[in-house]
Design a protein around this ligand. Structure first.
Ligand code: SER
Length: 324
């Protein structure tokens, strides 16, 4: 029996690149196709077939699905929260039609399973913000959050009405060392590590006490693959599952970095992203994901800091050696 073949759309992005690497490790390079409007830059994905794809072109998408006999699609192309506030029309077009094109392809039988990421951004200022439950008030007040909430409803609808096997996670802020996120509100928690190593100081665009749910990206990739490999009958939520890792504030993250870089300093200059962060939960209850498909994670801020600093130091050593 041949192994399932996956297509990762948005493969050059923060999540995409990590997912391509993991899928390749698990199923072999011949069973992963990377697609994006620009090729991903990482040595580890050099042997993965790349397709140039603008997700807004559904004919191109369908021809790629047919050509490569794709079984599973991960549709990750989107504008994140801060970028979406600056380009609302594009964000709505990309975030919604990108999803529709995949759902419609799945409805036509061109693909067996679909993953589409949702976000903590589906919640809003009226949502209970500590230990936010799976089913609760969702009144997002950002374009990104509105697009994610609408997308969740469409996923559930396509599953109920047309039997599309679509699965989704509400990712918290994701932190990784391989690729920079772009245009998100939780991006400070990635950027801070680069600045800590480059200059020993960081100016945060969120205030000291802004608590947000976060997760190390490899844990998010593990969750994604576990969700996609679970038997269909275990996936009872067809909108999107809450997913929780750790939660911390910029001040707490800075304190953890100081344990390694003792003279690290942080200053605060909140900008428009503060309002977005203030509308999101501080921590998430993911007990439904735990009981439905066995999700479990254990992380601490100290573990996260240690991995990030170690990996970025290695990267710096490599880039310094390659420039000599
Ligand atoms: N990390 C995303 C953002 O900040 C939220 O899903 O936009």
């Amino acid at each position: 029996m041949r192994k399932e073949r996956s297509l990762v759309i948005g493969a050059a992005g923060q999540i995409g690149i990590e997912l391509v690497i993991k899928l390749k490790e698990m199923y072999g390079a011949e069973n992963v196709i990377a697609a994006d409007i620009r090729p991903p830059h990482a040595e580890e994905v050099a042997d993965v077939h790349f397709e140039h794809l603008n997700i807004l072109n559904h004919e191109q998408l369908e021809s790629i699905l047919e050509k490569h006999k794709v079984d599973v699609v991960y549709q990750l192309a989107a504008l994140l929260s801060a970028s979406a506030e600056k380009q609302p029309d594009l964000a709505w077009d990309l975030n919604m039609n990108g999803l529709f094109h995949i759902l419609n392809a799945a409805r036509k039988g061109l693909v067996k399973r679909v993953f589409w990421p949702s976000s903590i951004a589906v919640f809003g200022p009226t949502t209970p913000s500590v230990g936010t439950p799976q089913i609760t008030v969702c009144e997002p007040n950002t374009i990104y959050g509105i697009s994610k909430l609408a997308g969740e409803r469409w996923c559930e609808y396509y599953h109920a009405k047309f039997g599309v096997d679509v699965r989704s996670l509400r990712y918290p802020g994701l932190i990784g060392h391989r690729s920079l996120p772009g245009g998100g509100t939780t991006d400070y928690a990635v950027d801070i590590f680069y600045k800590a190593l480059e200059r020993g100081s960081y100016e945060s665009f969120l205030s000291a006490d802004t608590r947000l749910p976060m997760m190390y990206i490899e844990e998010a990739i593990r969750a994604t693959i576990e969700l996609m490999e679970a038997p269909a009958e275990k996936i009872k939520i067809r909108s999107s599952y809450n997913l929780s890792g750790i939660d911390f504030t910029p001040l707490e993250l800075a304190e953890a970095i100081k344990k390694d870089i003792s003279d690290f300093t942080i200053s605060y200059a909140p900008d428009f992203r503060q309002k977005i962060a203030d509308s999101w939960p501080q921590s998430i209850d993911d007990s439904v994901a735990q009981s439905d498909w066995g999700w479990k994670t254990e992380q601490t801020v100290d573990d996260l800091v240690s991995i990030m600093l170690t990996e970025l130091r290695k990267k710096k050593l490599i880039s310094e050696t390659s420039h000599n």
